[in-house]
Design a protein around this ligand. Structure first.
Ligand SMILES: Nc1nc2c(ncn2[C@@H]2O[C@H](COP(=O)(O)OP(=O)(O)OP(=O)(O)O)[C@@H](O)[C@H]2O)c(=O)[nH]1
Length: 697
C-alpha cells in the first residue's frame, strides 16, 4: 500500500502541517511530526472528512458573515422593511441551522426509549450502514475513527461497532440474526427433485487385516480392468480410480484400510457406499478384521467379504465364513445376507465375480445424484507439487464440475485450472462418483474436507476467509464430544437416545462381562450400544472411531498409547479407565441418572521406562529406570504397563538416584525404583506415576 507524508497531505488539503497534525490528534490518529507517513487509504479518508468539516465550517462562517454584514448594514443605514424581512429570514435560517445542530446533539443523548429502533445484521458494510441511518458515509467513517476503527465505505463493521455509532445518531440497534450476511457464506443447495436424479456409480473402500491382500486386490482390479491404452502405459495413482464393467462403473478409493476410512468420516466425509472386507483364506478373522467390521458397521456401510488368497493350498474359505458369523456376518449361502466372494489377487480368479457383486449391492442401494447442478464432493488427497502448485484429488458426489469453475474447499479456494481423470487424461468436466485431480487451489486442502463449486471467484474467496474464522473459533472452543459428565443433561434434552461405547480390555473375558453388563443398562429413554471392542491398548484408530461416531471409550486394565492420548485430547473424546468392572458399570449408571459426581480425577505426572532389573537380597526387585516424560515423585501412586496393558498398580517403596534417596526424578534422568510388594517387573515395562486431583465442579 502506498504511503503519503503528513506535510504532503496538508499541502493537498491546503492547510498547514501543524493544523493537520492538531486535527488528526482530535481524531485520535497519532502522528509524530510532519514527516510521519499515513497509508494512502487512510489519507483518502482523512481528506474526505476534513473536506466535509471545512465545508461545514464554511457554511457556518458564511451565515455568520452574512449576519454580521446585515447587522452592520442595519447599524450603518437603518433597515427598510424588505431588508428587515430578509434579515429575520436569514436569522431564522441561522437559528434553524443552529438548532438543528443542537437537536443532533440532543438526539444523540436521548434516552433509549426515545431512540428509533433499527435492525442490523451481525456485520454490515459502512456504506450500507450509512444508508440505513440516513447519514453520509463520511460521518460514519469519522465516528468509527473516533472508536479507533479505520474502515472505508466498502469495509464491513461488526454489530457492536455499528450499534455504538447508531446510538450516537439516535438509533437503538437490534441484532437481526435472520438477516445474517453469513448466509452468503453457506453454500445452499436446493433439494433435488426425484426426476433430476440419475444413477451414479458406487464408491468402494477396501478394508482388512494387515497383509491379507488389500493393496494386491486393488492393484489386481486396476490391472484387469484398466487397459494399457486407457492408462497410457502407466497406471497413474491419483487416490482413487474407476473401473468399467459391461458399461457400469465402480469407483475404488485407493487408500485401503479402516483407519483412512474413519479418518475421512471424522472429518465429515462419508463417501464410501460399500466396504470390501478382505480376509486371507489361509489366515482367518484377525483383530483388524474385527476393527474393520466395526468401523464399517458404525458408519452404516454394507460389507462385501472378499475371501482372498484362495490360490493357496492352505486356503480354507469355510473356516473364514464360520469365523465371520461370530461377528454378525452370516454368508448368504448359510441363510444370512452377507455376500462372500472367494478371490485371488494373484491369479485374478473371482475378481469379475466380486465386481459383479459390488454392482448388485449398489443396485439395491439405489445410489443416485443430480449431475445438472454445481458440483459438491470431498477432497481425497492433496499435495503441493513443484511446477504444478496445489494438486488435489476430489471425488464428485453430486453435480458436475467444469474447467474454470470457482471452487472452495475449507480455507482453500480458486479456479479449476486443469482437470485430469484417473487414467491421466485431461478432461473438461466430471460428474457424480468420478475421482479427478485438479489444479488451481490457493492452498492444500485437508483430506475429508468438502469442496463446493460456487457462483464466482469472489464468493469462493469469501467463503474460504469465513472458513478460516470458523476454524479459528472451532479451535478455541472445540466442540466437546459426548462424555459421561454431561450424559444425563443430553439424555434429558433428548439429544442422546443412544450411547455408543468402545470397550478395550486386557482379556476377552472382561470384554464380554463389561459388554453384557453395560448393554443391560439400556432403558426406555436411552440405549447403550457397544460399537467396537477388542483386546489391547486403546489405539489411535479407537479414538478416531469414537470421534467419528461420538462414542465413549471404556478401558479396562488397559491404557491409551501416547498417540491415542494426544488424539483424544485434540478430538475431545472421553476415555474412562477402570480396574474394577463394577466401577465402570456404576459410573455409567450414575451418569445416566445424572448423579455422576467425579470428585477426584487421576492425573498422570510422569512415565519411566524400565531399562534394567536388579534383584537385591532382602529387599526385592529394583527397576533401573529412565524417566521418559514428566517426573516421578516418591509419593506418586504408580502402575506398571506392559504392552499397553496394566499389570499392577501400587505405591513406590523406594526411589533412588545412585545411592541417595530422592523425592523426585525429572524427565531424562535415570533412577532406581522399587514397588511395594511387587517384584515381577520386567525390562521394557513402563512405570506410570499418577496422583489424584480434585475436579472443580
Ligand atoms: N498367494 C497369494 N498371495 C497374495 C494374494 N494377495 C496378496 N498376496 C500376498 O500377500 C502379501 C500381502 O499383500 P498386500 O496386498 O501387501 O496386503 P495388504 O493387506 O495391502 O497389507 P498392508 O498394506 O500392509 O496392510 C503380499 O506378499 C502379497 O503378494 C493372493 O491372492 N494370493
Amino acid at each position: 500500500m502506498s504511503k503519503i507524508r503528513v506535510y504532503e497531505l496538508a499541502k493537498q488539503l491546503n492547510i498547514t502541517s501543524k493544523s493537520l497534525i492538531a486535527q488528526l490528534k482530535d481524531l485520535d490518529i497519532k502522528i509524530v511530526n510532519h514527516m510521519s507517513t499515513i497509508d494512502s487509504e487512510q489519507a483518502e479518508l482523512i481528506k474526505e472528512l476534513l473536506n466535509d468539516e471545512t465545508s461545514e465550517n464554511k457554511v457556518n462562517q458564511k451565515y455568520n458573515n452574512e449576519i454580521k454584514k446585515t447587522e452592520n448594514k442595519k447599524k450603518d443605514k437603518g433597515i427598510n422593511k424588505k431588508e428587515k424581512k430578509a434579515y429575520s429570514k436569514k436569522q431564522d435560517e441561522n437559528k434553524n441551522y443552529a438548532s438543528e445542530k443542537q437537536n443532533k446533539q440532543v438526539n444523540s443523548n436521548l434516552e433509549n426509549k426515545e431512540l428509533k429502533k433499527i435492525k442490523l445484521p451481525p456485520s454490515i458494510k459502512v456504506g450500507e450502514f450509512s444508508d440505513k441511518i440516513s447519514r453520509p458515509p463520511s460521518e460514519v467513517i469519522k465516528k468509527l475513527m473516533l472508536l479507533g476503527i479505520m474502515a472505508t465505505i466498502n469495509q464491513e463493521i461488526d454489530f457492536d461497532s455499528a450499534s455504538m455509532i447508531a446510538e450516537e445518531f439516535g438509533y437503538i440497534a437490534i441484532e437481526d440474526k435472520e438477516n445474517n450476511h453469513q448466509e452468503d457464506f453457506i453454500v445452499q443447495e436446493k433439494e433435488d427433485k426425484p426426476e433430476d436424479l440419475v444413477k451414479r456409480p458406487p464408491v468402494i473402500t477396501v478394508m482388512g487385516h494387515v497383509d491379507h491382500g488389500k493393496t494386491s486386490l486393488l492393484d489386481a482390479i486396476r490391472k484387469t480392468k484398466i487397459t494399457q491404452k486407457e492408462a497410457g502405459g502407466i497406471t497413474q495413482h491419483i487416490g482413487a480410480y474407476m473401473v468399467n464393467i459391461n458399461g457400469e462403473k465402480i469407483t475404488f478409493l485407493d487408500t485401503p484400510g479402516h483407519e483412512a476410512f474413519t479418518a475421512m468420516r471424522s472429518r465429515g466425509a462419508s463417501i464410501t457406499d460399500i466396504a470390501v472386507l478382505v480376509v486371507a483364506a489361509d489366515d482367518g478373522v484377525m483383530p483388524q478384521t474385527v476393527e474393520a467390521i466395526n468401523h464399517a458397521k458404525a458408519a452404516n456401510v454394507p460389507i462385501i467379504v472378499a475371501i482372498n488368497k484362495i490360490d493357496k493350498s492352505t486356503a480354507s474359505p469355510d473356516k473364514i465364513k464360520q469365523e465371520l458369523t461370530e461377528y454378525g456376518l452370516i454368508p448368504e449361502e448359510w441363510g444370512g445376507d452377507t455376500i462372500c466372494v472367494p478371490v485371488s489377487a494373484v491369479t485374478h480368479e473371482g475378481i469379475d465375480n466380486l465386481l459383479e457383486m459390488i454392482l448388485l449391492v449398489a443396485e439395491m442401494q439405489e445410489l443416485k445424484a443430480n449431475p445438472n447442478k454445481r458440483a459438491r464432493g470431498s477432497v481425497i488427497e492433496a499435495k503441493l507439487e513443484k511446477g504444478r502448485g496445489t494438486v488435489a484429488t476430489l471425488l464428485v458426489e453430486t453435480g458436475t464440475i467444469h474447467i474454470g469453475d470457482a471452487i472452495v474447499a475449507g480455507t482453500a479456494h480458486g479456479r479449476v485450472r486443469a482437470m485430469i481423470d484417473d487414467k491421466g487424461k485431461r478432461i473438461k468436466k466430471a460428474g457424480p462418483s468420478m475421482p479427478i485431480e485438479i489444479l488451481g487451489l490457493s492452498e492444500v486442502p485437508v483430506p475429508g474436507e468438502t469442496f463446493y463449486v460456487v457462483k464466482d471467484d469472489k464468493l469462493a474467496r469469501n467463503i474460504a476467509e469465513k472458513n478460516k474464522e470458523v476454524i479459528r473459533e472451532r479451535q478455541l472452543n472445540q466442540t466437546q464430544k459426548i462424555s459421561l459428565d454431561d450424559l444425563f443433561t443430553k439424555i434429558k434434552e433428548g439429544e442422546v437416545k443412544e450411547i455408543s461405547v468402545i470397550i478395550k480390555a486386557d482379556v476377552q473375558g472382561s470384554i464380554e462381562a463389561l459388554k453384557q453388563s453395560l448393554e443391560r443398562l439400556s432403558n426406555d429413554e436411552v440405549k447403550i450400544k457397544i460399537i467396537h471392542s477388542g483386546v489391547g491398548a486403546i489405539s489411535e484408530s479407537d479414538v478416531m472411531l469414537a470421534s467419528a461416531s461420538n462414542a465413549i471409550i471404556v478401558g479396562f486394565n488397559v491404557r491409551p498409547d501416547n498417540n491415542a492420548q494426544n488424539l483424544a485430547e485434540k478430538e475431545k473424546v472421553d476415555i474412562r479407565l477402570y480396574r474394577v468392572i463394577y466401577n465402570a458399570i456404576e459410573d455409567m449408571q450414575d451418569a445416566m441418572k445424572g448423579i455422576l459426581e467425579p470428585e477426584y480425577k487421576e492425573q498422570v505426572v510422569g512415565r519411566a521406562e524400565v531399562r534394567q532389573i536388579f534383584r537385591v537380597p532382602n529387599i526385592g526387585t529394583i527397576a533401573g529406570c529412565h524417566v521418559i516424560d514428566g517426573k516421578i515423585n516418591r509419593n506418586n501412586q504408580v502402575r506398571i504397563i506392559r504392552d499397553g496393558i496394566v499389570i499392577h498398580e501400587g505405591s513406590i517403596s523406594s526411589l533412588k538416584r545412585f545411592k541417595d534417596d530422592v523425592k523426585e526424578i525429572a524427565s531424562g534422568y535415570e533412577c532406581g525404583l522399587g514397588i511395594e510388594n511387587y517384584n515381577d517387573i520386567k525390562e521394557g515395562d513402563i512405570i506410570e506415576g499418577f496422583t489424584m486431583i480434585e475436579v472443580s465442579k
